[in-house]
Design a protein around this ligand. Sequence first.
Ligand code: GDP
Ligand code: IMO
Ligand code: MG
Length: 435
Amino acid sequence: MNLAVLGAQWGDEGKGKIVDLLAPRFGVVARYQGGHNAGHTVYVSGQKFVLHLIPSGILHSGTTCIIGNGVVIDPNALMTEIEMLAALGIEVGQRLRISDKAHVIMPYHRDLELLAEARRGERKIGTTSRGIGPAYEDKIGRRGIRIGDLADCSLTGPLAGVVKENVAARNRLISGAEMDWQAVLGRLAASWDRLQPWVTDVSLALAEAREAGRAILFEGAQGALLDIDHGTFPYVTSSNATIGGVCTGLGVPPRAIDGVLGVVKAYTTRVGEGPLPTELTGEAGERLRESGQEYGASTGRPRRCGWFDAVAMRYAVRLNGLDALAISKLDVLDDLDEICVCTAYRREGKLLHDFPADSGVLASCEPVYETLPGWSSPTQGAQRETDLPSEARAYVARLEELAGAPAVILSTGSDRVDTILRDHAILEDWIGSSR
Ligand code: GDP
Ligand code: IMO
Ligand code: MG
């Protein structure tokens, strides 16, 4: 069985933890979109790993990790990550594969992003400043540079021409220090020397893995509501974080996806600008941020926090065909007397049950809340369903009902072991025995 695991909110749902947990049941873990704007955190016995580009299966020695054509790669960020892993005792070795068709994030992409954000002023997106948007712009504009192009970094080759043109365009837009295209080309040549052993035809590698009976886990970055097409445009990232990204971002057919698992927090967070109907400003939001340690894994920015939004959740279920959910950070709600869940929006006196992706409309929606009781004992670290207080089980049951999908995994802490794999037929199908 091949399984897609993706974010069903605005990113940072805990995908890294869930992918790491499930990875031993799969031979291959593949990233299909995004870049090092992602920060996927895994804790193992108190040791912290933050993965940005490398799939979160890398901590398991039997897992092949694939970076697909849909990902945009900053070669320096990738090498830094490989070195960081080595320093923590994880050798990437032969287990990494990088698509020759993945586009490269160039040094001028970051400059262009900073310029675009500054020009937007009040309307800024609040991006991660990693060069993600401009790299995807160049891909769509057909002037992007692909990893495979780095094989010929000669001063007279076709790559040199593209680099020269793109750097000249950057220099026209940005005053101050000029970028030297030959120096840029030289750095690409050095990157190729290091990356080349891992570069391959990823679509073919995945087809061969399937033929050999190796199960594949597709790891999403960001989340459904940050999707370039279906998210809260323009406050989104520049790739398809919804399920279609798997096929286009890896070169696999839709029938290769046997199941779709959506990861959601037991509440909501968002980093950067854009509407967030259930946002809690003031003390209540501060409390969630502190107990959930809601600071960006990539940029360290404080995350905006709010109550669980079932309207947004149902939208993510519909967009992705989520078969099931993994609900994370249940423990962060320990100690609350009451917990609110948004079941609908109110706008101009009318009730809305369907998510309006238009940011202007969404920004004018008021959440309609249902209040549920907090729990009598903590869930922190619970590993069996029977260890959960009845109120926490009732909360999960209500989220399942509102989402229209079963929660097959519950997460009660950041460590790999702080997890409940529920006795559910879907999980049994996907990973065999859940115990
Ligand atoms: P991702 O981008 O979806 O992989 O999520 P991030 O790693 O950016 O953010 C999730 C944060 O929550 C990380 O710091 C995780 O270590 C942490 N985390 C994940 N699951 C749980 C959980 O169940 N409880 C708590 N308290 N922390 C969790
Ligand atoms: P993971 O995979 C949360 C947000 C940024 C910004 C918007 C656009 O860890 O869940 P970008 O740099 O992509 O052009 O920024 O998207 N964003 C994320 N928010 N988690 C992420 O990744 C994100 N990646 C981008 O904060 O609002
Ligand atoms: Mg993250």
